[in-house]
Design a binder for this molecule. Sequence first.
Ligand code: GTR
Length: 395
Amino acid sequence: MANLQEAQVYARKIEAPTYNKRGKNIIISLQSFFALPLWHKPAEWPVISSAVPYDATLSINCQGIFVKKNWKLWIGTSLLFIAGVSTSAVYARDLILSEIQPPGHVLVKSEELMANRLTELTKGELNIQIKHSGQLGNEDASWKNIQNSTLDIARVNFAALINDVPVVKIISLPYLFRSRDHMWRVLNSDFGERVKFDIEKTGAIVLGYYDSGSRSFYTTKKSIRFRADFEGQRIRVQNSPVMKDLITLLGGTPVVIGFDKVVDAFKDGTIDGAENNLTSYVTTEHYKYARYLSLDEHTSVPEVLLMSKKTWESLTSEQQKAVRTAASESSESMKKLWADAETQALVKAKKEGVTVLEKHQIGMNGIETFAMKLYSKYVTNPKDLDTVMNILSSD
Ligand code: GTR
């Protein structure tokens, strides 16, 4: 789906709850109710069959004759019908989740775990339909659709929120987190609560976070080893002011391109490099074009799972609890899946002949010194300064 408008139209179409299994029960119950006259004596069949299934009045008249003769059977069947309708009143509902990664990606696998768990916890009342591979548009579209409540759930990278939620600029600062564990500890602290509060102020419900590892640079012509290696390089970045400024500061030219267009940009030479986590580097096959990978781990910007406020408020408190449980279990189990996926990605990249520079082989001092100049631009008040100092000095 190419643009925001199309995605919104599609999202509106699917906005109405989908009635499935139990909805069908209603139809079957109604059919059997009006089909009762079929049980008449064969002599009455010509009249009755013309009444079924189109003319309910005739059918009911015929049923009158039938009731007189078989009242016990009629009462029994009617009770069954009423029971059928009353249980059918609790319908199953499909929640639509937008995801840009393809099937098989660790994020999609984790969302599948969440979907199965939610179906189990709500005994089929709530189900999640995962629209993967950007079927409903890119992350910017998903984020907008969550805010205007035309989409139920979206998994996006924090970068998609950066222009609406200022605190995301802090999380996106280069070399802020030392490791994934460090990032998780910070997200689980008071700071994490502030992030959640700031996102929810904009009209979205935070269901949880997913790992996204650390992002590193990869290039087509030569390895990035020193700060000077950025000069003249056109590097693809997400639509993030922090990332654009970082590349400019390091001496390169930032090129903002959608995630799904990066391979084409490598093919037609629009870019000389990009940056992402190891998993995406391999699953997108960027490694086939950018054969030099420098593991500088400049940012660790997690993924976030969001629900629209309208969807959230339409759920019962039991259902909300089930959604929270399914999301948090999936986020927890994803940590292990992520670590495995990252290890496998590095093994694959090396096996495929990529030139990999580990952190200790890169002139990090020079690069970090330049990168940290960004802090003075993005940390502009005492509260944020305090936050950044706490993060940098925390274990
Ligand atoms: C991936 C992330 C995506 C997207 C992408 C990008 O690692 O999972 O959500 O943000 O990076 O670089 O655009």
